[in-house]
Write a protein that binds this ligand. Structure first.
Ligand SMILES: C[S@@+](CC[C@H](N)C(=O)[O-])C[C@H]1O[C@@H](n2cnc3c(N)ncnc32)[C@H](O)[C@@H]1O
Length: 214
């Protein structure tokens, strides 16, 4: 497995104008890399933070089953419209992952909702409610991945795409903090560094953190 990838966001298809201002997608090329590395046709690929449906769409294109959860109703509807099996994208809350029916997961791949240390909103309600701070956010995210650990198929993997974030207040070491928190509930297998043509928050690279069952 290569541990450095160079990928482009520039080739992503445009979003409808009403959604284009909040384009938090990763490209299908990222999904394709990990789906090819860790799954075979027919496998279950799951995204607990499905967003615009990139993971599920790319998985379907590669002959895998795309399953996922998305909190935001408008994004869930948009994602469903692009899927061959739209019923597998559930409008729901990853914090309640235990409540949803989906098959054992061969690969979970996501870029979780993120925050700067100083942000006031809760990323895990898609920024629609006040947050309880960065530490609480990391604990909630850890709890999601603890639930996911119990839903992995034998040999299943979890890949999290995440970056550190620079702002006027300094660096939020989000990648390090997510790695540490998720590493307490899943076994860390290593990271892949992804170089991007464009990224944001002061960086042009991110990390794909790879885990398996503890
Ligand atoms: C960084 S985006 C993921 C984008 C996705 N990788 C794509 O390419 O479209 C994170 C997503 O998680 C969603 N989200 C936030 N809180 C959530 C929760 N509790 N359960 C499920 N989804 C949630 C947000 O609405 C957002 O769409």
């Amino acid at each position: 497995m290569r541990t450095f990838l160079q990928l482009k966001r520039a080739d992503m298809p445009p979003l409808p104008p009403e959604m284009a201002g909040d384009d938090v997608r990763f490209p299908e090329s990222l999904v394709a890399h990990f789906v090819a590395a860790y799954t075979t046709p027919g496998a279950v690929v799951f995204d607990p933070f499905a967003g615009f449906g990139t993971t599920l769409r790319a998985a379907e294109r590669m002959g895998r089953q795309g399953w996922g959860l998305e909190y935001d109703a408008r994004r869930a509807a948009f994602a469903r419209a692009g899927l061959a099996a739209p019923e597998r994208l559930i409008h729901g809350d990853a914090r309640a992952l235990a409540d949803y029916a989906f098959p054992a997961v061969d690969l979970a791949l996501s870029s979780p909702p993120y925050m700067l240390r100083e942000d006031p909103e809760n990323p895990l309600t898609a920024y629609t409610t006040p947050g309880a701070g960065y530490a609480a956010y990391l604990r909630d995210l850890q709890a999601v991945y603890a639930l996911l650990a119990g839903r992995l198929a034998p040999g299943g993997r979890v890949v999290i795409e995440v970056a550190n974030l620079k702002s006027d207040a300094g660096v939020t070491p989000l990648a390090w903090d997510v790695a540490r928190h998720v590493g307490a509930v899943l076994a860390f297998e290593g990271e892949v560094v992804i170089g991007w043509d464009a990224y944001g928050y002061g960086y042009d690279h991110s990390y794909a953190l790879v885990y398996c069952a503890p």
